[in-house]
Design a binder for this molecule. Structure first.
Ligand SMILES: Nc1ncnc2c1ncn2[C@@H]1O[C@H](COP(=O)(O)OP(=O)(O)OP(=O)(O)O)[C@@H](O)[C@H]1O
Ligand SMILES: [Mg+2]
Length: 424
């Protein structure tokens, strides 16, 4: 067998990046489905062009709704205007994901503001009090001057620690017209904000409603037209009905859009699905992306999501899964809660982890069923217990349990050994 060579393969792609769901790789130039929301953002930013302070803004809506991209489009547009009009404007975009507290966001903000002043390569400040960091932020803002917009994206990452959201809007740096934009996909986070924070940060609020299947078709059509060969719009009208393609069957985009709309109208999920389907076709040297490729892509992405779901389970849920896996190694039959709980307790003792009450343990089992890692069989009559089985292959479960050297890895290893001793 010879290895494939790069560069001499036929491809259905013209510009693969356009179908890449990663925001860093491709940024759409327009969001026609978000005209209303973009106008609302426009209205909050517009005071900047009149020498006034842009309004603080909360942007919220579920995942994959164009919030990040929408804010980027409008702030970039304002930046272009500012450059031409010789207006002093600075926009800082901080992605808070993974920063579990105001403290972390403040350190990153100091770094980003310094980079605006001195160029890339600034270090994260360390060893300071929260209050000191806030002062460092204010000091840097005062050095930068003019109109400054700070975008705090995925701000729900800070959890209950809303110090930065409380203090920053009140900080009043000298010589600065400061505006904050908070973006969140955690609707509960917005509800739970302290009333003071909510009123100062949310001078304006923009809500991104989930896309419907028709909107997703249009979004996919535009991305496909940019990414795929022999795929373009009739009469220059950029909607799905005007798309012509020699590479896609008639059902491909509608199916990807329908599957994407099923959960939460998530554009990222729909784009990811079509991208994966097109790659499956292209990698196999096929010239047409069909419905079958989309279904295969769906199965592939679902399995991948479940695998990473297993890998990142918190301890108690991991132990609950391991207890079910223990029984699954013996037999495929659904197992009642009590024997699962018994096994769970012995694993907890082995790993020196505190043991949950029976009731809380059952909640963990139900969490696993809700995320499609376990199947649940509701107990029928009075007093009959629920039964559980793995919703994934035994192999998949065993492979994605912790590695031998990791936390809870010893129990995982016992299960893997038990399985290999079993039959083969
Ligand atoms: N109307 C649209 N047209 C074209 N592409 C879109 C549209 N809306 C979203 N996208 C694309 O979908 C992906 C997700 O969008 P975005 O990152 O803005 O979502 P988000 O609302 O910020 O989600 P999250 O809350 O998960 O961060 C991006 O690749 C973006 O380019
Ligand atoms: Mg986002």
């Amino acid at each position: 067998m010879t290895m494939k060579s790069f560069g001499d393969e036929d491809t259905i792609f013209e510009d693969m990046d356009v179908l890449n769901p990663n925001e860093q790789t491709y940024q759409p130039e327009a969001l026609p489905e978000r005209e209303v929301e973009l106008d609302q953002i426009h209205s909050a930013l517009r005071p900047a062009t009149m020498g006034s302070t842009p309004l603080n803004l909360i942007v919220y809506g579920q995942s994959g709704q164009g919030k990040t991209v929408g804010i980027r489009l409008k702030t970039n547009q304002l930046q272009e205007y500012a450059n031409e009009a010789d207006m002093d404007l600075t926009v800082v975009h901080v992605r808070c994901k993974g920063m579990g507290s105001s403290y972390h966001v403040l350190t990153n903000l100091v770094k980003r503001l310094r980079e605006k002043r001195f160029g890339p390569g600034e270090e994260l400040p360390s060893g300071h009090q929260r209050k000191t960091l806030l002062n460092m932020v204010i000091q840097n803002l005062e050095e930068i001057e003019g109109t400054i917009i700070i975008v705090l994206d995925e701000i729900d990452a800070i959890g209950d620690d809303d110090y930065i959201l409380y203090e920053l809007p009140r900080s009043n740096p000298d010589g600065v017209r400061l505006s904050l934009i908070g973006i969140t996909n955690d609707l509960q986070f917005r509800e739970n904000l302290d009333a003071d924070v909510r009123s100062s940060l949310g001078e304006d609020e923009v809500r991104f409603e989930p896309y419907d299947a028709n909107q997703l078709r249009d979004i996919l059509a535009r991305r496909a037209a940019g990414a795929l060969r022999d795929t373009s719009f009739n009469d220059g009208i950029e909607d799905y009905r005007h798309l012509q393609s020699g590479v896609l069957t008639d059902d491909t985009i509608p199916l990807a859009a329908a599957l994407g709309a099923q959960d939460t109208g998530d554009a990222r999920a729909a784009i990811r699905l079509l991208f994966r389907a097109a790659r499956f076709a292209d990698d196999a040297g096929e010239t047409i992306v069909t419905e079958d490729h989309v279904r295969k892509a769906r199965d592939f992405l679902e399995t991948k999501a479940i695998e990473s779901g297993i890998q990142t389970l918190p301890n108690q849920r991991m132990l609950a899964l391991m207890a079910v896996t223990f029984h699954a190694v013996n037999s495929d039959a659904p197992v009642s809660t009590t024997p699962i709980y018994t096994q769970y307790k012995s694993f907890c003792e082995y790993e020196n982890v505190n043991i949950l009450s029976n009731r809380r343990f059952r909640d963990r089992l139900n969490d696993l069923a809700d995320t499609n890692i376990l199947n649940k069989q509701q107990g029928r009559g009075r007093g009959e217990e629920n039964k559980y089985t793995l919703a994934v292959d035994l192999e998949t479960a065993l492979e994605n349990l912790p590695k031998e050297s990791a936390r809870l890895g010893d129990v995982a290893e016992i299960l893997r050994e038990k399985d290999s001793a079993q039959t083969r």
